[in-house]
Design a protein around this ligand. Sequence first.
Ligand SMILES: Cc1cc2nc3c(=O)[nH]c(=O)nc-3n(C[C@H](O)[C@H](O)[C@H](O)COP(=O)(O)OP(=O)(O)OC[C@H]3O[C@@H](n4cnc5c(N)ncnc54)[C@H](O)[C@@H]3O)c2cc1C
Length: 261
Amino acid sequence: MDGLNIVVLVKIVPKPDEVKMNPETNTLDRRDAESIINPPDKNAIETAVALKEIYGGKVTLMSMAPPFIDDFMRLMMAMGADDAIILSDRAFAMADTYPTTMVLAEGIKRLGDVDLVICGVESADGGTGNVPPGLAEWLNYSQATYVEDVDYSEGRFVVKRATTGGHEIISIPKPAVISIELGANSPRFPDFAKKRDLDTDYKVKIWDNKLLNLDPEIIGLSGSKTLVDGMIQGKLRERKHIRLEGSPEEIADKLLEILLD
Ligand SMILES: Cc1cc2nc3c(=O)[nH]c(=O)nc-3n(C[C@H](O)[C@H](O)[C@H](O)COP(=O)(O)OP(=O)(O)OC[C@H]3O[C@@H](n4cnc5c(N)ncnc54)[C@H](O)[C@@H]3O)c2cc1C
């Protein structure tokens, strides 16, 4: 392929403040929560589409998820991606990050010569940050996490990584997996005319385990290495809704007083 063959991994997550915990089963109750695109995954899509605009190539979105997220996949395609695949099978369900990364790696291998896999830095629900490095291990790709910027030159990706108190610029060979920081760029809005066209003309691909052909014993719940042993609901931060009255100067003085407090 001319240009870069890029895969962006995307996850649809429940809105964090709408998820409840079930202390009896140690599971998250997502039933009443609105689903959203995992926020840094939008930064990952923006990074991929911007690279494609410079170097040419193709951007494929991939998610391991139930098939009902297909409308989200078309919405994300309307940001400039070319193809979308959902890896979906009952055998993949209830997985921790070990079988999740194994299944995602298997899907990526079926896309031929991939140059770059871009993930968000972490999910808003599981939030382990394990998926990008785990995936790089299964694929035997080079990797860089906490990436704020990336460029490509002569078979290598030059990435700017956030470190504690600063940054480092490193160069890694392709193929590579990187994870993009939340806020690394300004994700473009979806093109809604393109979304309408996709809704009528494009069918998101669903790949099941008949296609990936992984042993059911090593994926899903039976392949998971971790067990959730307990959960503690954190306290949600409440807004105070204080209305300041008076002249602009008086409001500014009161605001300063509150902030200093
Ligand atoms: C015992 C056990 C059972 C679990 N059962 C379930 C379950 O039934 N359903 C469930 O949703 N979760 C389940 N989980 C949570 C599951 O481990 C995570 O949803 C998943 O493995 C991803 O990990 P993470 O959310 O920490 O991703 P992170 O590593 O924090 O995510 C980083 C980035 O990786 C990419 N990414 C992460 N997950 C996916 C994905 N699925 N597809 C594509 N890209 C992805 C995204 O780009 C994301 O921004 C279970 C966990 C455990 C321990």
